[in-house]
Design a protein around this ligand. Structure first.
Ligand SMILES: [Fe+2]
Ligand SMILES: [Fe+2]
Length: 234
């Protein structure tokens, strides 16, 4: 076969591959946007959740970039994004009077609240698309010292669940609530370091803390833009 024919075929194949990759990317971005939108609707039930799912997803994306390659081997970015976006979807099964209660929860109410990871798994299992992330979501409230919801300890906790716990805590501290204003980046990092070892994985806390501040703060800026846009639609 002439060289020019081989070159022409190679060029056509290359163009097709690029088009295919662009289509996959477009499709993924669209799915992610739909999931963010649905989670924003769910978060309307809980005034302290506003934007929490999207914020944790943006943070975990940054976190993934800074993981050492050997840790990335056990994770996929796309799966992590969905685990972050959906980790609190089980709150759909928690009564609003518990979600929105201004004071402390009673023991009985805590028992109900602590069911949200299980409810998430019950909701997502029939969909059949989220199997790889079900355990990650189920264990996002585990603690290194074994005092979390299911009493898993240290290395028994999936890596992704430990990452979720870090971004979850950081988001909870730094995003404003109905009962207190937003707190700065430094307070978020200080809180993570305070509970590293007992609640959170200390190595992962250090990796997260080493992400440049402007990249973490960008997540909040992006979140604010997204929430303004979404609030207009809901
Ligand atoms: Fe949660
Ligand atoms: Fe959460």
């Amino acid at each position: 076969m002439d060289n020019w024919i081989i070159i022409a075929i190679a060029a056509v194949v290359a163009v097709l591959i690029v088009i295919l990759l662009l289509l996959i990317r477009m499709y993924r971005r669209r799915n992610l946007k739909i999931t963010r939108f649905l989670m924003a609707i769910l978060e309307k039930r809980d005034r302290n959740m506003d934007g929490h799912s999207t914020h944790t997803q943006l943070l975990i994306d940054e976190f993934y970039d800074y993981l050492p390659p050997e840790k990335k081997l056990h994770l996929g970015r796309e799966h992590l994004r969905y685990a972050a976006l959906l980790h609190d979807i089980g709150k759909l099964g928690i009564p609003e009077e518990i979600l929105d209660k201004p004071g402390k929860l009673t023991d009985e109410e805590w028992k109900i609240m602590r069911r949200h990871p299980e409810i998430a798994v019950e909701l997502l299992t029939p969909v059949g698309l989220f199997d790889p992330v079900l355990d990650w979501i189920l264990y996002h409230h585990e603690r290194m010292d074994g005092t979390g919801y299911f009493r898993l300890k240290g290395e028994e906790i999936p890596l992704a669940s430990k990452m979720l716990a870090i971004v979850d805590t950081f988001s909870a501290v730094t995003v404003g609530k109905s009962y207190r204003p937003a707190r700065p980046y430094e307070d978020g990092i200080a809180t993570l370091r305070l509970v590293a070892g007992t609640q959170l994985d200390p190595d992962l806390v250090e990796i997260f803390s080493a992400i440049p501040k402007h990249r973490i703060e960008n997540c909040r800026t992006e979140l604010a833009k997204e929430m303004t846009h979404l609030t207009k639609k809901i």
